[in-house]
Design a protein around this ligand. Structure first.
Ligand code: NDP
Ligand code: 2IT
Length: 458
């Protein structure tokens, strides 16, 4: 029997093992489609690693990883401006602490449920590992809808949320941050309430205001980091953002700063969106207008066209991918880019995709990108800049000092470069050169698996 045959046999065994564990995950988490997809996306990358390292199978690492260490679900009662009592559901998944305290954002959106929180928490484990910083994986949130709520309603809701969550978090235990619907305002209120109960433990949240323990560059970090990652991918082909046409979905925190950095590097951003529709501006999106409308005034993206008459508004956010572009940065939400949209992007000559959001491309869309040779920067690598700067915020809080914008930005660039390198190296080492999804999954997985084995069966 040739070595190759043995390797193929091991690979086939590993694939069968992965499928068995995946089937058990589906059976144990029925109806949790997003969580199942996130597990499948990672598991499908791992057969070559398991074949080469059978002790990962003996140690039942996949079974252990796919089960959260802890899942907390709680009632969040609050009183609205009409003096009506409202009840929402709060979540925190503490998924994996092998590398450090649980770390990950909080999402406030009506679609939030256990499946969404577990998919995000599972992704976060491997993303955080890729940053090289000592942080485990967690995520949380609520089905609360911040849209249209007054500041006082947001404050009352977040205070109630923290009045339960405080007992489960702490600077060395679990450190939440922002995600969809949670930005500086919400973190400020949550930190304030935590402080009343527990005292001034600055490192318990990241994404705080820079005046009270926040890090410079945290606001920009995810968007900038995503563009730095795509810059690395383009650079390897002797290309860059200069003179490229870019489409960025969403118009929130990640989207705004991805647009800003891409424009700074010489690209023209022609479109962005919110959940109602998208705007197209042939002159290039005016990012200051978007920032004011969305960050300050909390209005809809459709209102952009009133100030920029050459721009047009199109209801239906999905159709943003019909616009011809060189680079597409999905920065809104999960499953926003499906197989059909992927085909349209490829037919229109797209060169690179950088996932600023979490799991924005469906599994089928990713297959389209890979089979057509488009550069594909997977979420857990390309959007890791946000959590990476969160970990830098934790370091600054521990040291009781503040680094400058330039210092943090330089560290962010180095981290994104390292993530890119690790992803390339792992993809090559396991025979899938160019597939950065496999590379990122394998590199993140090995760090977590090795730490879990070193710490015993816990
Ligand atoms: P924000 O709440 O700041 O912005 C979200 C944006 O996406 C809004 O413009 C929102 O529009 C839009 N959006 C939401 N759902 C849809 C939809 N179905 N179709 C089109 N647009 C939609 O969130 P963030 O920018 O922080 O997060 C965006 C993505 O990036 C999420 O996937 C998040 O998990 C991920 N991410 C965030 C990080 C961070 O540091 N904030 C770090 C890493 C990843 P509308 O106003 O209409 O709701
Ligand atoms: O998905 C993510 O990485 C985030 N929302 C940021 C998490 C964090 O802890 O900064």
């Amino acid at each position: 029997m040739s070595t190759n045959t043995v390797e193929n046999k091991d690979l086939e065994n590993a694939k069968r093992y992965v499928q068995t564990v995946y089937d058990a995950v589906v059976a144990r988490n029925p109806h949790e489609r997003e969580f199942q997809d996130a597990v499948k996306e990672i598991f499908d990358s791992l057969a070559p690693v398991l074949a080469a390292n059978p002790h990962y199978i003996e140690q039942r690492i996949l079974e252990r990883m796919a089960e959260p260490e802890r899942m907390i679900t709680f009632r969040v009662p609050w009183v609205d401006d009409r003096n009506q009592i409202q009840v929402n559901r709060g979540f925190r998944v503490q998924f994996n602490s092998a590398l450090g305290p649980y770390k990950g954002g909080l999402r406030f959106h009506p679609s939030v449920n256990a499946s969404i929180i577990k998919f995000l928490g599972f992704e976060q484990i491997f993303k955080n590992a890729l940053t090289g910083q000592p942080i485990g994986g967690g995520k949380g949130g609520s089905d609360f809808d911040p849209k249209g709520k007054s500041d006082l309603e947001i404050m009352r809701f977040t205070q109630s949320f923290i009045t339960e969550l405080y007992r489960h978090i702490g600077p060395d235990i679990d450190v939440p941050a922002g995600d969809i619907g949670v930005g500086g305002r919400e973190i400020g209120y949550m930190f304030g309430q935590y402080k009343r109960i527990r005292g001034n433990e600055a490192g318990v949240f990241t994404g705080k205001g820079v005046g009270y323990g926040g890090s410079l560059t945290r606001t920009e970090a995810t968007g900038y980091g995503c563009v730095y990652f795509v810059q690395e991918m383009l650079g390897a082909r002797g290309d860059s953002f200069m003179d490229k046409t870019v489409v960025v979905s969403g118009s929130g925190n990640v989207s705004i700063y991805a647009m800003q950095k891409a424009a700074e590097l010489g690209a023209t951003i022609v479109a962005c969106s919110d959940s109602d529709g998208y705007i197209y501006d042939p002159d290039g999106i005016n990012i200051n207008t978007v920032r004011r409308l969305k960050e300050v005034e909390r209005r809809r993206i459709s209102e952009y066209v009133a100030e920029h008459p050459r721009a047009t508004y199109h209801p239906g956010s999905q159709n943003i991918w019909n616009i011809k572009c060189d680079i597409a940065l999905p920065c809104a939400t999960q499953n926003e880019l499906d197989e059909k949209s992927a085909h349209i992007l490829v037919e229109n000559g797209v060169k690179a995709i950088g996932e600023g959001a979490n799991m924005p491309s469906t599994l089928q869309a990713i297959d389209v990108f890979h089979s057509s040779g488009v550069l594909f920067g997977p979420a857990k690598a390309a959007n890791a800049g946000g959590v990476a700067v969160s970990a830098l915020e934790m370091s600054q809080n521990s040291m009781r000092l503040s680094w400058t914008f330039e210092e943090v930005d330089a560290k962010l660039k180095t981290i994104m470069n390292n993530i890119y390198r690790q992803s390339v190296d792992a993809s090559e080492a396991y025979g899938h050169a160019g597939n950065l999804l496999m590379g990122a999954n394998i590199a993140g997985f090995k760090k977590v698996a090795n730490a879990m084995i070193a710490q015993g069966v816990v």
